[in-house]
Ligand binder design. Sequence first.
Ligand code: HEC
Length: 158
Amino acid sequence: MGTSLNKNIFYFVYFSFWACLVSCSSNTFESNSTEKKHLDLYEPSDLANTMRDMALDMESLRFKVNSGGLTIIDIDKLISSHSTMSTDEPTDRKEIQPSFQLFSNIYIEQLEELKTIILKQGEIREQILLFNSALTTCVSCHREHCPGPISRIEKIKI
Ligand code: HEC
C-alpha cells in the first residue's frame, strides 16, 4: 500500500515535470510568434516604401537634370510610380493631415509641368527650377507630416 502511494507520488511528480516542460516550450513557441508579430509591425508601410523610392529616384536624376539630360521617359516613370502616394496605406492614417492630398496633387502637377517643358525643349534652367519646386513641395508636405527626411530632401535640390 505504502509503496503504491510512493509510486503514485513518483508518477505525479514525474508527469508534472514533463507537463511543465511541454507547457514551457509551448510558451517559448508563443513568445517566438509574438516576437515575429512585433517584427511585422516594423515593416515599412506602402507609403513609406513609395517614399523611399521617390527619394532614390530624385537623387539619381539630380545629375541628369543638372546636365540637361532629363528625358520624357524619366519623367513618365516618376509620374507613374510616385502618383501611388495618394492612395498608398501610410504607417498611421491618423497622422495624415487634410493637406496631404493637396501637396500630393501639386507635386504630380509639377512633374507634369516639367514634362511639358522637356517636350517644348525648354531651357535647362527652367527644368532645374521645376525640379527644385517639386522638391520644395516634398519639404512642405514633410513639415506637416514627418520632418525627419527634410534635410535629405533639401540636399537633392540643385
Ligand atoms: C503629400 C505629402 C508628401 C509628399 C509630397 C512627400 N512626402 Fe515623403 N512622406 C510623407 C509621409 C506622410 C511620410 C510617412 C510615411 C509612412 O510612414 O507611412 C513620408 C515619408 C518619407 C520618407 C521616409 C520613408 C521611410 O523610410 O519611412 C522619405 C525618405 C520621404 N518621405 C521622402 C520624400 C521625397 C524625396 C519626396 C519628394 C520627391 C517626398 N517624400 C514627398 C509625405 C509626403
